[in-house]
Design a protein around this ligand. Structure first.
Ligand code: PLP
Length: 436
């Protein structure tokens, strides 16, 4: 089979496809696996019963159901839903937007596909543009999106060490440079994989820098406010002309409905609608149909605030407690969890790579995600990339506790007098000098 560059790219196994394979297998095929790997949202009874109610209403209301499954929406997405969303954001945050500033996509994953390829790759003059990630680790799902080679440039964070074996990454503004080669800047907030919430000050500084450089700032708000609101710190949402906010119904509880929401300046929305038409005619209408009444009534906000956030916050608290209990005496650090569904664990000086740890844990029936996948735009010579893992706390508490116990057992079995068997794991003197 002779394939194009595009075909060959699809033949290569990407980090995200390995992750989704593991996730699908554990959720559907082998349910005995302790699934601490994927980003599936939890089944939250209060949310699920409202979604069921909403589906029942849809089925009982004249021809609403038939229209939801039987009619193509416009390429921009369901008009009534776009209007309700615009009203919600105007009321909640005072954003000066209408339905013309919003488009739906097949999950926010496909929003990044269109946005990144719109702003990175060869420009009209043949110059290569990049997506700048001001801080890596960043979301694994970005890594393989670029159609035109390696489209990322990213920066190592500054590491602030905190009490209780915690640490927090910050953007290193001293080094950050938005040069001519940058087409857009992107960050997830809360961040997958770390649960980091970039401070308001950091985001304001990025907005100013991107405005000066005349490039958009893409804010990935998949876990953010006002829904699903899996955010445990106080953080202001941002939108303005050069900011593109990407939201999703997935972590609210509807990953199967594949509904992403882009809020942006009109020309961006027009381009995204064009992409939807070419790629899939129109976005999926079921998310809009099921969540429509919740957005209109504002109930989506109450559910996010009163049920979703407290649910994950409690799950997070328990998982952190088990880590301190089972990892006692080990060289471990936890990124301060401020949101999303994950804990990012750093095993400083671990004698094996996180990929080897992933394989050993998989053999024991525990799935985590090795950290090195989360550094797009960076070579993997920084030892830190190989010392971290991501685990989710969204699954059943027994699963999470048992998984943590087995990770601890595996770590205790390692010989810390050995150094990991990869050159990449050994930082050079220059890398050692960089601020940790
Ligand atoms: N952005 C982040 C940070 C994510 O974690 C995910 C999924 O896990 C997505 C975007 C894509 O989600 P979806 O396509 O389901 O909206």
């Amino acid at each position: 089979m002779k394939l194009t560059k595009f075909g060959n790219k699809l033949k290569k196994k990407s980090g995200i496809s390995q992750l989704m394979d593991d996730l699908g297998h554990a959720m559907n095929v082998n349910r005995d696996i302790l699934m601490l790997g994927g980003g599936n949202p939890a089944f939250i009874p209060a949310v699920q019963s409202v979604l069921r109610e909403s589906m029942n209403e849809l089925l009982g209301q004249g021809d609403s159901f038939e229209r939801a499954i039987g009619v193509y929406d416009t390429p921009q997405g369901n008009h009534a839903f776009l209007c309700s969303l615009a009203e919600l954001f105007r009321n909640e945050f005072g954003w000066d937007i209408t339905h013309e500033n919003i488009a739906l996509t097949a999950g926010s994953q496909s929003a990044f596909y269109v946005l990144f390829n719109m702003f990175a790759g060869a420009d009209a003059d043949g110059k290569q543009k990049k997506i700048l990630l001001p801080l890596a680790p960043e979301y694994i799902g970005y890594a393989d999106i670029g159609l035109d080679g390696d489209i990322f440039r990213s920066y190592r964070p500054q590491i602030e060490m905190l009490d209780d074996r915690m640490f927090k990454y910050h953007i290193n503004f001293d080094e950050l440079e938005i040069g001519e080669d940058v087409g857009a800047v992107c960050l997830s907030r809360p961040t997958n994989p770390t649960g980091n919430v970039m401070t308001d000050d950091e985001v304001s500084r990025l907005i100013k820098l991107t405005e000066e450089a005349d490039v958009p700032l893409i804010l990935d708000n998949a876990y953010g406010t006002p829904f699903p609101n899996i955010i445990f710190s106080e953080a202001q949402p941002f939108w303005q002309k050069n900011v593109i906010v990407c939201m999703s119904l997935s972590k609210f509880g509807l990953p199967g409905a594949r509904t992403g929401i882009i809020i942006a300046d009109k020309p961006v929305i027009e381009a995204v609608s064009e992409f939807n038409a070419v790629l899939s005619l129109a976005p999926n209408g079921m998310g809009a149909a099921v969540a429509g009444s919740l957005v209109r009534s504002g109930r989506i906000l109450e559910l996010s605030r009163d049920h979703i956030r407290p649910f994950y916050q409690e799950r997070c608290r328990k998982a952190v407690g088990w880590i301190h209990e089972y990892f006692d005496g080990l060289e471990y650090y936890i990124h301060k969890p401020e949101g999303a569904l994950f804990l990012w664990l750093w095993f400083r000086n671990m004698p094996i790579t996180c990929q080897e740890l992933y394989e050993r844990l998989k053999a024991r029936g525990v799935l985590i995600v090795p950290g090195h996948y989360f550094f797009p735009g960076m070579d993997n010579s920084w030892s830190h990339c190989h010392e971290c893992i991501r685990m989710t706390y969204s699954q059943a508490p027994e699963t999470v506790e048992q998984g943590i116990k087995l990770i601890a057992e595996e770590l205790r079995s390692l010989d810390y007098s050995q150094i990991a068997n990869t050159e990449a794991k050994r930082p050079s003197a220059a890398q050692n000098r960089t601020k940790q």
